[in-house]
Ligand binder design. Structure first.
Ligand code: M6R
Length: 366
């Protein structure tokens, strides 16, 4: 039931604090991640893991892209992320002791399932599923699993599935980190930070009124560009996917550093640019990318961390402050404004938000 909400998508966006809290429930204790949360057979496999291949489609693929940054940072394990429809037909090189990870909300996506079956022939250490539907094929056929507990997702545009997948991946990344030399104090600090994610999401949801105003800028636009750096680049990709999927505005995402290698040529007053600017070592680099955009007359909409020092003056059309929390959880927190933006632009354009044209919730054909 939609209850007080106008669409399932809006309801599902607002369910995220709960969905993430449920996904964390019983998985972290005072000394860190609890034993056996990935299944009773997981221990020897995770000990042995020396490489990871993550395979998924759409939004789930974006979650895998964020996970690459975390796993490589915490556990120093090399990660390859690929869309399932490419992976399954490619002659993939599988190093010894590689873990295959399938990510899927539904657990029935044809390409993801076929990729997982194909992986059986490719000599992996084991298969690991991150999935929202316990009785699904992906879960039934995997060796290890971590369920997201988002509850049923009705809107075709995936929202709470994404943030709960990020939560599941953060647990995996930290667990692998602990096994592979992540400093004990840092590990515990990040576990705490992860537990605070529902609170930060709750807080980010409060910017909805500001988003409503910003959505005005997009109603008559045909194109939009999303920019991010580091682990926020996949968040920009996810924001652009949401916008194109439900508002039918052509949107693209770029790592901000790629701007001058091509897309800058598109920038003029008809091209709104959405930038995600968390506080961190890449902030100054992002700011100079944004100046390049501004100098070409592009309308800038910046979602900036509360602590990020930004020039609040003439540089942008809109700047919204978000408390992103620490480095680990910031990608999940900054996803919220982008979901809300896509939602409100679509509502104002009068599209069928929950059931966008040409799309199905579960893509069970190739
Ligand atoms: O159920 P899955 O996570 O395997 O679905 C994958 C994609 O089809 C899905 O994320 C799709 O891209 C969504 N419509 C995005 O909002």
């Amino acid at each position: 039931e939609r209850g007080e909400y106008r669409h399932y998508m809006q309801k599902e966006i607002f369910e995220q604090p709960r969905a993430v809290a449920d996904t964390l429930e019983g998985r972290i204790g005072p000394h860190g991640i609890l034993p056996n949360i990935f299944g009773i057979d997981a221990d020897p496999i995770l000990e042995k893991t020396r490489a990871i291949h993550i395979v998924a489609c759409g939004t789930s693929y974006h979650a895998g892209m964020v996970a690459k940054y975390w796993i490589e940072q915490f556990a120093r394990i090399p990660v390859v992320v690929e869309v399932a429809s490419e992976y399954r037909y490619r002659d993939v090189v599988v190093p010894e002791n590689t873990l295959f990870v399938a990510v899927s909300q539904s657990g029935e996506t044809a390409d993801t399932l076929a990729a997982m079956r194909e992986s059986r022939r490719r000599g992996y250490l084991a298969t690991f599923a991150i999935c929202n539907v316990p009785e699904s094929s992906v879960v039934r056929e995997s060796d290890l699993r971590l369920m997201t507990r988002a509850g049923p997702e009705i809107g075709v545009a995936s929202t709470k599935a994404f943030t709960t997948q990020l939560t599941a991946f953060a647990l995996l990344a930290l667990d692998l980190g602990r096994r592979r030399g992540l400093d004990g104090a840092k590990y515990l600090e990040h576990c705490k930070e992860l537990q605070s994610l529902p609170r930060y999401i709750e807080n980010a949801l409060k910017i909805e009124p500001e988003i409503l105003r910003i959505a005005d800028h997009f109603i008559n636009k045909q194109h939009a560009l999303f920019l991010g750096r580091g682990a926020q680049f996949p968040v920009a990709l996810e924001g652009s996917l949401k916008l194109k999927e439900i508002s039918y505005i052509h949107a693209e995402a770029y790592p901000a550093g790629e701007l001058k290698h091509g897309p800058l040529a598109l920038v003029d007053e008809n091209m709104p640019i959405v930038a995600v600017a968390p506080n961190g070592p890449l902030l100054d680099k992002l700011k100079s990318n944004l100046q390049e955009v501004r100098a070409r007359g592009g309308e800038l909409i910046v979602f900036a961390d509360e602590r990020a020092e930004m020039d609040d003056g003439t540089e942008h059309v809109a700047m919204v402050r978000v408390d992103g929390g620490g480095d680990l959880i910031a990608p999940a927190v900054f996803t919220i404004p982008l979901q809300l933006l896509a939602y409100h632009v679509a509502v104002q354009r009068g599209t069928d938000v929950d059931q966008p044209r040409n799309l199905a919730k579960s893509v069970t054909v190739e």
